[in-house]
Design a protein around this ligand. Structure first.
Ligand code: 5AD
Ligand code: FES
Length: 359
């Protein structure tokens, strides 16, 4: 393939959808090496060599939803549910500050046992007692909740749209009764409320086409996102999608794989279309390549990692997908591990909240 289109991106001419699709399907190692090089160079020029650490607190694994892919789905009786207390969360946040992380990400299932005011109090306490940026990720909560938490001081909100293929999305992500799920509408609301919104997708969902992932990457360009998280889909046996007979039927040649290489391509192309975005090298990627998946993500476009701060007794139970990286580690181990990995590839640990750069 002509790398002219790619070279142009190095001088900021955006890749169009057709070029994105061609690059996604590229498998020539020397051309891919060129893609990695340009993505890494684009990352360096636009967001620098610092890798920002966003400490993840998985504070509740209750969920009312029935997502076909996710181990936290309400119907999964095989996991023991938990909700962390305010004090437990504050302890994690203090640890984040002590470790020099700029941000905590408070993540849970879509859990209405997390009351609006209680959550506002958690946010206000963290903002009052630490200098941390607070990112929330609690699913599709009503606009009124998002507004209260923003007023309490929350800075960012993560909500992946998972796939822009509406038919596939509806199949794997059933609506709540009487409430049509529209994650793009929620992302717009988040922007309006003054959050820095984050989003992203899974790569290799059964029934997901190469073309639809090209659309996803194209959609990132228009969304003005602080963070764009891209990870491989990992089958969970206790979910409907874990049983492939349930998946949407598409021609085998149309199915995008969920392997590492494809995820790197999506990360690299995302960097090219959104040069300023914060792009994490995700835990899911580290799960499918425990040796150096994180490092390769960071060398092919990513600039963020999310060390886990969840106390060990809860970690194991936040099983979105099986065999998740770091389930047997402590917060301190993840901190040391990531610092070592970042330095070993010649990058620096970022300081400060690491918010969005605006041109
Ligand atoms: N494999 C990979 N990622 C998953 N997620 C949920 N289930 C899976 C799975 N089986 C991702 C979704 C969600 C994020 C919190 O975790 O993208 O938004
Ligand atoms: Fe958790 Fe490496 S990041 S052990």
């Amino acid at each position: 393939m002509d790398t002219g289109a790619l070279r142009k991106t190095a001088t900021d001419t955006p890749l169009d959808r057709a070029a994105i699709l061609t690059w996604l399907r590229e498998d020539d190692p020397s051309r891919l090496a060129e893609l990695w090089r340009v993505a890494d160079e684009t990352r360096r020029r636009h967001v620098g060599n610092e890798v920002h650490l966003r400490g993840l607190i998985e504070f509740s694994n209750y969920c009312v939803r029935a997502c076909g892919y996710c181990g936290l789905r309400a119907a999964n009786r095989e996991i023991e549910r938990y909700r962390m207390s305010l004090d437990e969360i504050l302890d994690c946040a203090r640890k984040a500050e002590e470790y020099g992380y700029g941000t905590v990400v408070l993540q849970s299932g879509e859990d209405y046992g997390i009351h609006t005011d209680w959550m506002a109090d958690v946010v206000a306490r963290i903002k009052g007692e630490t200098g941390l940026a607070v990112t929330l990720s609690l699913g599709e909560r009503p606009d009124a909740d998002l507004e209260v938490w923003r007023s309490a001081g929350a800075d960012r909100y993560l909500l992946r749209f998972e796939t822009s293929d509406d038919e596939l999305y509806r199949l794997i992500h059933p609506d709540l009764p009487g409430r049509r799920s529209d994650r793009f509408a929620i992302l717009r609301t988040l922007s309006r409320l003054g959050y820095e919104p984050g989003s992203g997708i899974m790569v290799g969902i059964p029934g997901q086409t190469w073309a639809s992932v090209a659309d996803d990457i194209d959609a990132f360009r228009d969304l003005d996102l602080d963070m764009i998280g891209v990870g491989p889909y990992i089958a969970h046996p206790a979910t409907p999608l874990g049983d492939l007979s349930w998946a949407r039927r598409i021609a085998p040649d149309e199915q995008i794989p969920s392997d590492e290489l494809t995820v790197y391509k999506v990360v690299a192309l995302t960097r090219l279309v959104c040069p300023e975005a914060n792009i994490p090298s995700t835990t899911a990627l580290a799960t499918i390549n425990k040796i150096d998946g994180r490092e390769l993500g960071l060398q092919r476009g990513a600039n963020i990692v999310m060390p886990n701060l969840t106390p060990p007794e809860y970690r194991l139970r936040y099983e979105i997908y099986p065999d998740k990286a770091c389930v047997n580690e402590t917060a301190e181990m993840c901190r040391g591990c990531l610092q070592g990995r970042i330095e070993a590839i010649g990058r620096e640990v970022g300081s400060g909240p690491g918010g969005r750069r605006r041109a």
